[in-house]
Write a protein that binds this ligand. Structure first.
Ligand code: ZN
Length: 198
């Protein structure tokens, strides 16, 4: 079943989500939620969806950067963003650690801020430990776009949205992103919008 994705302004998006117990993870309710979130993410389409975005204040998110969606993206952009397919997986009760000092800036969007985008600085590399849908402990060392997806989704579980971290002067509708900014190098966008000190 497709779920309703709540939009910015809904209190659940600003509520720290609660952890799931090991026993809870394998219940029919949570299995159903994961199934429905997967379907909702495909349908949106998106590369990640956190439970608060469907109105559930739980520390659970689904992630997948699908190969068939990536075919439409030019190879140069894939390389610049260090983007590669990520298979479907579920992260529960994640802990994130930023690895190294490297920061990268790209435009990013959110299904709960439909139609908008902004330049958001993120750590290039992260380590995440979490439980999967079978309540097995897992660990990922991720870099590039995948690291960005993880930071974005885990922020959701703490009531944080990308607008809290963006260069606010770059906030743009999708339409204007395509029209004015998308084809420019990021360094030029930062200079043009005079946002390098923000
Ligand atoms: Zn989001």
């Amino acid at each position: 079943m497709r779920l309703k994705i709540v939009q910015v302004g809904e209190p659940v998006l600003r509520t720290p989500a609660r952890r799931l117990t090991r026993d809870e993870i394998t219940t029919d309710e949570i299995k159903r939620l994961i199934h429905d979130m997967r379907e909702t993410m495909y349908d949106a389409p998106g590369v990640g969806l956190a439970a608060p975005q469907v109105g559930m204040p739980l520390q659970l998110a689904v992630i997948e950067d699908r190969e068939d969606f990536l075919k439409a993206i030019p190879p140069a952009e894939m390389e610049e963003k260090e983007r590669a397919p990520v298979p479907f997986h579920v992260i529960i009760n994640p802990k994130i650690e930023l690895v190294g000092d490297a920061n990268v800036q790209f435009f990013e969007g959110c299904l709960s801020l439909s139609g908008f985008s902004a330049l958001v600085p993120r750590s290039r590399q992260v380590r995440v430990t979490y439980w999967d849908e079978h309540a097995q402990e897992k660990s990922i060392l991720a870099f590039g776009w995948y690291a960005r997806i993880l930071q974005h989704e885990i922020d959701h579980l703490h009531g944080t949205l990308y607008i809290d971290k963006m260069h606010s002067r770059t906030f743009s509708s999708f339409e204007n992103l395509t029209r004015f900014w998308k084809s420019k190098p990021i360094s030029e966008v930062i200079t043009d919008l005079k946002c390098d000190d923000n």
